[in-house]
Write a protein that binds this ligand. Structure first.
Ligand code: CNA
Length: 277
């Protein structure tokens, strides 16, 4: 049996067996899928956690439905709710969490094939993950364009307007400015589609962290890995169909605590702590 087949039939049934496999360097093509839950410890609320999630705190905007705040057609008519919410999504200077730094260490160790992030906060890059290893599937708040003339607008001006409770407008044409995040009703960047098929086909481990796995097409990625490849969900609650395959492992609870425990079992805490300096 080839080494690749050995990896494919690897059974992970606990955090200890996952740590042992990571420590032994068994994986060289780890694909990671992350969502808003990895960044809540940085002070950025997620969407769907009851009470604290953004969707439970939108009553004041009289929206037709919570997702309207990120709907491109609604935004064209009324950008104000988005900009109120953006203030929460864009704290002044959020720090990468322990879990982000753990991913950066996987990158340094040459184990990481790709991170598919649904987040727009850029904390993966802030943690030191190489841009080539990251697909920001839903774009990023690091740049912005006018929705009418498409001119790029300096992001610092946009951030300043957001902090001052203003709606940034284009200096060329007075059109509304939108950070380069993907709204409902918009397509994902080509990079997502060109990389994801090969990445998921070649993955030897899929780590899924802090996501409800409801937003398509990202939510379809876990089904694309080979049947025998371990899929590990590190999340507060079950999500997607993780748990339905024999090689699935659910590590439920706070993802920062789970990843701290994982790092400790791997003996990598010092490396991760050093990254903070
Ligand atoms: P979601 O639908 O809000 O789900 C978040 C998931 O994370 C839920 O299953 C929670 O139970 C779980 N969770 C929350 N906190 C923790 C924690 N500390 N430990 C473990 N699990 C936790 O968010 P998704 O990412 O699944 O949905 C995709 C949306 C969210 C994307 O379009 C993003 O752009 C959008 N979003 C991004 C950010 C950000 O960039 N930080 C913030 C809020 C929303």
């Amino acid at each position: 049996m080839s080494q690749r087949n050995d990896k494919k039939s690897l059974q992970l049934d606990s955090i200890e067996s996952l740590a042992s496999a990571l420590k032994q360097g068994i994986f060289s093509n780890i694909v990671v899928l992350i969502g808003a839950g990895i960044s809540t410890a940085a002070g950025i609320p997620d969407f769907r956690t009851p009470k604290t999630g953004l969707y439970d705190n939108l009553d004041k905007y009289s929206l037709p439905h919570p997702t309207a705040v990120f709907d491109i057609e609604f935004f064209r008519r009324n950008p104000q709710p988005f900009y109120k919410v953006a203030k929460e999504l864009m704290p002044i200077s959020p720090e990468p969490t322990f879990a982000h730094r753990f991913l950066s260490v996987l990158n340094e160790k040459g184990m990481l094939r790709r991170i598919y992030s649904q987040n727009v906060d850029g904390l993966e890059l802030a943690a030191g993950v190489a841009p080539s290893r990251l697909v920001q599937a839903h774009g990023s708040m690091a740049s912005a364009h006018c929705i009418d003339c498409h001119a790029e607008i300096a992001i610092d001006k946009v951030k300043q307007a957001i902090q001052n409770d203003q709606i940034p407008v284009c200096e060329n044409c007075t059109g509304v400015v939108k950070p380069d995040i993907v709204f409902f009703g918009e397509g994902l960047k080509e990079r997502f589609f060109t990389l994801s098929i090969d990445d998921l086909r070649c993955a030897d481990l899929l780590l899924i962290i802090g996501t409800s796995l409801v937003v398509m097409p990202v939510a379809s990625l876990p089904a694309m890995v080979h049947d025998q490849v371990p899929r590990v969900l590190i999340n507060m609650e079950p999500s997607g169909d993780i748990g339905t395959r024999p090689n699935d492992l659910l590590l439920l609870g706070d993802c920062q605590e789970t990843i701290k425990r994982l790092a400790s079992l791997c003996g990598w805490q010092d490396e991760i702590q050093r990254q903070k300096l």
